[in-house]
Design a protein around this ligand. Structure first.
Ligand SMILES: *Cc1c(COP(=O)(O)O)cnc(C)c1O
Length: 371
């Protein structure tokens, strides 16, 4: 069996370091926030090139708090891509603002920057690009549109730790950048985790209040807020794993290059690395009109795959109240029917990739012969 993600292999490779870090937390009992979280926040801020990093309990809460900390409230509209994980839009909604969807680009899968301006109304306050699958959205035109219409930019970088846009790590350019440390992400905790990075001291201060009952000083509460704190154990684990992130991302890129080479002559549309981006392949996503058949054949051959995502956000039952219908965002809808994510994680072996490619070549051969 070839798994979609293998977290055990990674743990085995860093077992000693992680166990020692966990033991430190147990010994000093700083279970919530505390020194391990602070040390990780400082290291991660430096890594992405931001002045501040505020650890949050998970990526969804990070987006919700970023929206609030940036000053958005009820009635404010936030432009989000229609093809993303549900949490992007959900967190805008739980912050009290309203997501407004924009179709996906057919080549990069990210927000189609050419369609953003048509979605701007007098209530629009922010654009939230998602660096989907690990590849940066096209930030220069997004920031130009934002400047022109006096909007802020909040990045959803939950899939893009260490990903570059024109040589700079994503997350730190907008007023806030949101990260998830869900275990399967490129930088994953051993439980829930998230963070917001920012260069704005006031936004950072509000984030610290928002995650901890509106309190900077124990039992003094400035605002009604939340309990969205990052745990000490997660801070300790993330501090260890951050040191390996660039190496792991480099391995993901090598695996993607081998997939590209082996699948070049297949009838699949392969991921395209845009000239402005350095992709970190959180997901290796191929595209085919025969998606369901291909997934079934791979599954029968013992290859686990995923679909990211099968239903675009505007067609989710949760957003039925917005009144969208099939056909509103045709490219996102086409992607939902055609995309397939192949196994991708740093510890994947060349042999495993060759096996996956072999199954795909065999299957596409058969379907060609049938025609
Ligand atoms: C994972 C993810 C989130 C949410 O992060 P959690 O830590 O799972 O809450 C948000 N946006 C995107 C694009 C994601 O992939």
């Amino acid at each position: 069996m070839i798994p979609f993600v293998d977290l055990k292999a990674q743990y085995q490779s860093i077992r000693e370091e992680v166990n020692a870090a966990i033991q430190r937390v147990l010994d000093n009992t700083s279970f919530i926030l505390g020194r391990e979280v602070e040390a990780f926040e400082a290291a991660f801020a430096e890594y992405v090139g931001a002045k501040f990093c505020v650890g949050i309990s998970n990526g969804t809460a990070a987006i919700q708090l970023a929206v609030t900390a940036c000053g958005l409230t009820a009635g404010d509209e936030v432009i989000v891509p229609a093809n993303t994980f549900f949490a992007t839009a959900e967190a805008v909604s739980t912050a009290g603002a309203a997501p407004v969807f924009v179709d996906a680009d057919p080549i990069s899968y990210n927000i189609d920057v050419g369609k953003i301006e048509a979605a701007i109304t007098e209530r629009t306050r922010a654009i939230m690009p998602v660096h989907l699958y690990g590849q940066a959205a096209d930030l220069d035109p997004i920031f130009e549109i934002a400047a022109l219409h006096n909007l802020i930019v909040i990045e959803d970088a939950a899939q893009a730790h260490g990903s570059l846009y024109k040589g700079r790590r994503v997350g730190a350019r907008g007023l806030a950048g949101c990260f998830s440390f869900y275990p399967g992400k490129n930088l994953g905790a051993y439980g829930e985790g998230g963070a917001v990075v920012t260069n704005d001291a006031e936004v950072a201060r509000r984030l610290r209040l928002l995650r901890d009952h509106g309190s900077e000083r124990k039992y003094h509460h400035e605002i009604i807020a939340y309990n969205f704190r990052l745990e000490g154990l997660q801070g300790a684990v993330l501090g260890v794993k951050l040191k390996h992130l660039d190496r792991w991302n480099a391995l993901r890129r090598e695996h993607a290059a081998l997939y590209n080479e082996l699948l070049e002559d297949s009838n699949l549309i392969l991921p395209r690395e845009m000239d402005y981006a350095r992709h970190v392949y959180h997901l290796y996503v191929v595209r085919t009109g025969e998606r369901d058949a291909l997934q079934k054949s791979l599954n029968e051959a013992g290859v686990q795959t995923g679909i990211h995502y099968p239903i675009p956000i505007h067609l989710q039952p949760a957003y039925a109240f917005l009144g969208h219908k099939a056909g509103d965002f045709p490219e996102a809808e086409r992607q939902a029917r055609r995309v397939l994510s192949l196994p991708m994680f740093p510890e994947l072996t060349d042999e495993q990739i060759e096996n996956v490619a072999e199954v795909i070549r065999r299957v596409s051969h058969v379907s060609l012969a049938v025609q």
